[in-house]
Write a protein that binds this ligand. Structure first.
Ligand SMILES: Cc1cc2nc3c(=O)[nH]c(=O)nc-3n(C[C@H](O)[C@H](O)[C@H](O)COP(=O)(O)OP(=O)(O)OC[C@H]3O[C@@H](n4cnc5c(N)ncnc54)[C@H](O)[C@@H]3O)c2cc1C
Length: 534
């Protein structure tokens, strides 16, 4: 036994961190009869899932993540959904998942069926509807391959199996073409497929939700996967707030004999166990770390300080939460009032410009504003007749060199409270042009800068919501590290999960599910014993 301290307890698996991946992994293991223990340094379970009254009493805000299509469409929900329902998790959904609102007041919508979407795209440019149908015709026959990449342990026989399946179905040349198409940027896909800039602006902002920009390699593939997933699955959220998902997972783990402990920082991990900051050594056959590579290799494992030193974090982000005395009254298309996520942007070039400005260290002049509206789906989140807005800004630098609009003095370049509020004012003024009653109806506004996000959750390093840059060299086969892809670490029995690992960020819980699956596979020894005893 390594680690020192007093040895108190022994488990089959200790999970370090209660993000969605940690909780999903622990729940799957506990339900299969394994003795699990989740250790969380914060005073809540869920990591980037938290629902709290952070503006005014009675207004329940999803402080960080809010939208659950990845969870509902993911592997852990498929296995645990029924059990979680018994623990109070109920999903509500919408026919109006997303739209883009342009500066001239026109908007474009992504709806819930192929026919509706074809009609909506034709409204902006006749013929774009056919382009959408053509995309679906090409996408669906190989949807298992496209989604399979995001649900498979790529560095394993399952990953090799997925490649073989593609070759068997499409032939060698066809499989190579398919793989090549996965690398297209969103700009190249959109400008080739659709004539209308409204269509480009409808899809382009979605690549921000995976940490990419519209000119990045593979952003076209990601945009297509999201567009199809939103059409088919909508924009589900838990009634009562995202916290219901974390609470139900914790309840399920405990129901199956597992332990979940908050306020417990793990400071050392080794083969066979962990040591907490309070000096307790806990033994476990498997240790599953829901942390960033820089924490894992730079702090938790001894002797690997250099291994993740080249890992890069992505752009920073900021949240703004509003409690309103009445629902926002949008100018323009009346469907905007009921739409779950409205992107306010000039379009593809606007997103591209803001990403580029942020990557050059500037506050963008005309950021892509993600306006989330949970209330039309779930009225339990605010007192009757009131309003809530969830605003996300995904194009920000961590160290600020200047303001692309030349208006804000960025001082030392650090995220101070004053800078956060000035930038929030800029966003608010832009929104007020489209929502005339916004400023008069504000009861409370709480903004969280990149520095606030990092302080709230150690995994949100530099306020990057997505656990590290998803540039091609840090994605797919190369995530988290080209020298250590997949979910194993150099130490036997120590596993790595979370947004920093394949298949990346979001609430899918897939990395947790992939590791649970591997831990639940019968070992070679037990398989051999079974064969011998037959
Ligand atoms: C503001 C914001 C909005 C987002 N919106 C959405 C959305 O709407 N939909 C969506 O699908 N995705 C969204 N995302 C992305 C998604 O929320 C994250 O990718 C996902 O939740 C990350 O989960 P995770 O398993 O990596 O763990 P995390 O959520 O990062 O949690 C990790 C946990 O581990 C704990 N921990 C770390 N180190 C230790 C240690 N040494 N000891 C003990 N505990 C430790 C941390 O305290 C934390 O609680 C959003 C992210 C952010 C930040």
């Amino acid at each position: 036994m390594h680690g020192g301290g007093r040895l108190s307890r022994t488990y089959d698996a200790v999970v370090v961190g209660s993000g969605i991946n940690g909780l999903a992994c622990a729940a799957l293991l506990a339900r299969a009869g394994r003795r699990v223990c989740v250790l969380e340094r914060n005073d809540w379970f869920g990591g980037a899932i938290k629902t709290d009254e952070i503006t005014e009493p009675g207004f329940k805000h999803d402080v960080f993540s809010a939208w659950h299509p990845l969870w509902v469409g993911g592997p852990a929900h498929a296995q645990l959904g029924g059990d979680l329902g018994r623990h109070g998790l109920e999903y509500v959904n919408t026919e109006l998942p997303t739209a883009t609102l342009y500066p001239d007041g026109e908007s474009a919508f992504l709806l819930r069926s192929a026919d509706e979407n074809a009609a909506e795209l034709d409204r902006h440019h006749p013929g774009d509807g056919d382009a959408w149908r053509a995309l679906l015709d090409e996408f669906f026959p190989n949807a298992d391959l496209a989604f399979g990449i995001l649900g498979t342990e790529l560095w394993s026989r399952h990953g090799a199996g997925l490649g073989l399946k593609a070759v068997r179905r499409l032939g060698r040349r066809g499989a190579a073409e398919f793989a090549g198409r996965l690398l297209v940027s969103a700009r190249d896909w959109l400008e080739t497929a659709f004539r209308s800039e409204r269509a480009h602006g409808l899809f382009a902002p979605w690549v921000l939700h995976t940490g990419l920009g519209p000119d990045a390699a593979a952003s076209g593939y990601i945009a297509q996967v999201i567009a199809v997933a939103v059409q088919e699955g909508g924009m589900p959220i838990p009634r009562g707030g995202g916290q219901k998902l974390a609470d139900a997972l914790v309840a399920l783990i405990r129901e199956n004999g597992g332990t979940c402990e908050a306020d417990t920082h793990v400071e050392q991990v080794f083969s066979g166990g962990v040591r907490t900051a309070a000096g307790e050594t806990i033994a476990a056959d498997a240790v599953v770390c829901n942390v960033t590579p820089t924490q894992l290799y730079g702090a938790l494992l001894e002797g690997y300080a250099e291994k993740a030193s080249g890992f890069r974090y992505g752009r920073s982000e900021m949240q703004i939460h509003y409690a309103l005395s009445e629902p926002p009254s949008w100018e323009g298309d009346e469907r905007l009032a009921g739409t779950a996520i409205v992107h306010v942007t000039p379009g593809l070039d606007g997103v591209s410009r803001s990403v580029n400005e942020a990557e050059r260290g500037l506050l963008p002049a005309e950021a892509t504003v993600v306006v989330g509206q949970p209330l039309p789906m779930d009225e339990s989140r605010a007192p009757e007749g009131k309003g809530i807005l969830w605003i996300q800004l995904q194009e920000l630098p961590w160290r600020i060199k200047g303001d692309a609009a030349g208006e804000i003095d960025v001082g030392s370049g650090e995220w101070t409270e004053a800078l956060r509020e000035r930038y929030a004012d800029r966003i608010q003024a832009r929104l007020a042009r489209h929502i005339p009653n916004l400023e008069a109806s504000i009861l409370g506004r709480t903004a969280l800068s990149p520095a606030d996000l990092q302080a709230a959750n150690v995994n949100l390093r530099h306020g990057d919501p997505y656990g590290g840059s998803l540039a091609l060299d840090q994605n797919f086969l190369w995530r988290p590290l080209p020298s250590q892809p997949g979910h194993r670490t150099p130490l036997p029995g120590v596993w790595h999960i979370g947004a920093s690992t394949h298949p990346g960020p979001g609430l899918g819980g897939a990395s947790g599910a992939l590791v649970a699956q591997q831990l639940l596979q019968p070992s070679l020894v037990s398989r051999a014993r079974r064969l011998v005893s037959r």
